[in-house]
Design a protein around this ligand. Structure first.
Ligand code: HOZ
Length: 427
């Protein structure tokens, strides 16, 4: 049933580390080998062995409209006829920049890059330059891409693999990264009490989505705003995942807390490689060529990613889309809760908008420590059975599931049935 994927993987490990180009897709945490995807359409993935899956990853977030949305594909195909990269300004980057600035009031100017990692890495460089300070505060379990400063107590693949700090990051670099606890203001206050004059920025996923989904307490985000304002540090919201995911704009439009800098990625590129960071004119004007904070990129603002992003954002301007996503996700997670209750199994489902995570734990999950109580062996067993029943969740406990505009009620039904069968097998 996985013959071709198996053969390809056996070959791939000779040519690529772990046979993959990003660790979270290696399936190690769930005790499996990765499958090779041949095609994706709507809410479905098809592998090279012609197995079909209902996809709840959506490429780890970008594909809010589902795979191969016809408008996005037409845009990419049309724009490609005129070239794929110019190394010069184009109309699409201007249009996407305007859409982003209009949608997120805290962003007056934006710089396009090629990934979320580039966005966060550049944002902290900018924060350091603006404040003249070196240290940053990040939260255990939050993931901001793989730049050196962020690879300490990070979420996503590092949390999954149990890597507390990546080798290769010089100690005198890592010492500038201070770790606080998500949803725990006192842990932030403590760091500021001790090192206030040295802290350039606090960076946070306003909704933590890289240790599984962990919702923020509003007072926590408000508190971060207050502390940074009082101390002259910048507040950076990493909205690479939440940007345009929960409503048109950022999570900041929902929670009413306005950061100094915002990082974006995923959805704004419509499924093509992209990232962006933005903030007030005053801060962004420090970026070269206006200022001296250097950051550049050959493919930054390339017409394909920009145009795919524009088409995606324009489709998302229809508010019904977010309502539908929310209803579908509610129906799914609510029915899943019933299934888990019936099985008398300890679990916790965190959900917000079109995002959700199932944790195998007895307690509510509002912090990194709660996340760590989750039974990852049980998740792996559950995952394997779910997968056999054609449902594709993230192959790791510490990721988030995404519902897309292409999911239908029939997909929800099939998923609930698959979960039911999976639980029967593992109990
Ligand atoms: N932010 C994604 C993981 N949560 C990135 C996916 C990857 O690392 O491949």
């Amino acid at each position: 049933m996985f013959d071709k994927s198996g053969q390809l993987f056996a070959e791939a490990i000779n040519y690529m580390p772990g046979g993959v180009n990003s660790p979270v897709r290696a399936f190690k945490a769930v005790g499996m080998d990765p499958i090779f995807i041949k095609k994706a359409q709507g809410a479905k993935l098809y592998d090279v062995d012609d197995n079909e899956y209902i996809d709840f990853i959506g490429s780890f977030g970008p594909l809010i409209l589902g795979h191969s949305h016809p408008d996005v594909i037409n845009t990419i195909t049309d724009v490609a006829q005129d070239g794929t990269s110019y190394g010069a300004p184009n109309i699409y980057e201007l249009e996407l920049a305007k859409l982003i600035c209009e949608a997120i009031p805290s962003i007056e100017k934006v710089r396009m890059v090629n990934s979320g990692t580039e966005a966060t890495m550049s944002a902290i460089r900018l924060a350091r330059a603006y404040t003249g300070r070196n240290k940053i505060v990040k939260f255990a379990g939050c993931y901001h891409g793989h730049a050196d400063s962020f690879l300490i107590k990070a979420g996503s693949g590092l949390l999954t693999a149990g890597i507390p700090a990546s080798p290769g990051v010089p100690a005198n670099h890592a010492e500038h990264t201070l770790i606080a606890e998500f949803n725990d203001l006192s842990s932030v206050e403590k760091l500021f009490k001790e090192q206030r004059a040295e802290i350039a920025a606090v960076i946070v996923e306003p909704v933590a989505a890289n240790m599984g989904l962990v919702l923020p307490e509003l007072e926590f985000l408000q508190g971060l705003r207050k502390i940074t304002e009082l101390t002259g540090a910048l507040l950076i919201f990493d909205e690479v995942i939440t940007g345009f995911r929960l409503k048109y704009g950022g999570f900041q439009n929902i929670c009413g807390v306005s950061p100094d800098l915002t990082t974006l990625g995923k959805i704004i590129g419509g499924g093509l490689p992209v990232g962006a960071y933005g903030g007030s004119r005053e801060i962004m004007n420090l970026i070269a060529p206006e200022g001296e904070v250097y950051q550049a990129g050959t493919l930054s603002g390339n017409p394909l990613a920009m145009a795919a992003g524009i088409t995606t954002l324009k489709l998302l301007q229809d508010p019904d889309i977010y309502d539908r996503l929310e209803v579908l996700t509610y129906l799914l997670t609510n029915r899943l809760k019933n299934v888990f209750e019936e099985k008398d199994l300890y679990y916790e489902i965190n959900t917000l908008g079109s995002m959700f995570t199932i944790f195998f734990t007895e307690q509510t999950v509002t912090s990194y420590n709660d996340v760590m109580t989750s039974d990852t062996a049980k998740y792996a067993a559950f995952y394997q059975e779910l997968f056999k029943n054609g449902v594709y969740f993230p192959p790791a406990q510490f990721e988030t599931c995404f519902v897309s505009g292409a999911h239908e009620l029939a997909d929800i039904d099939k998923t609930v049935n698959a979960v039911q069968k999976a639980l029967e097998k593992i109990l």
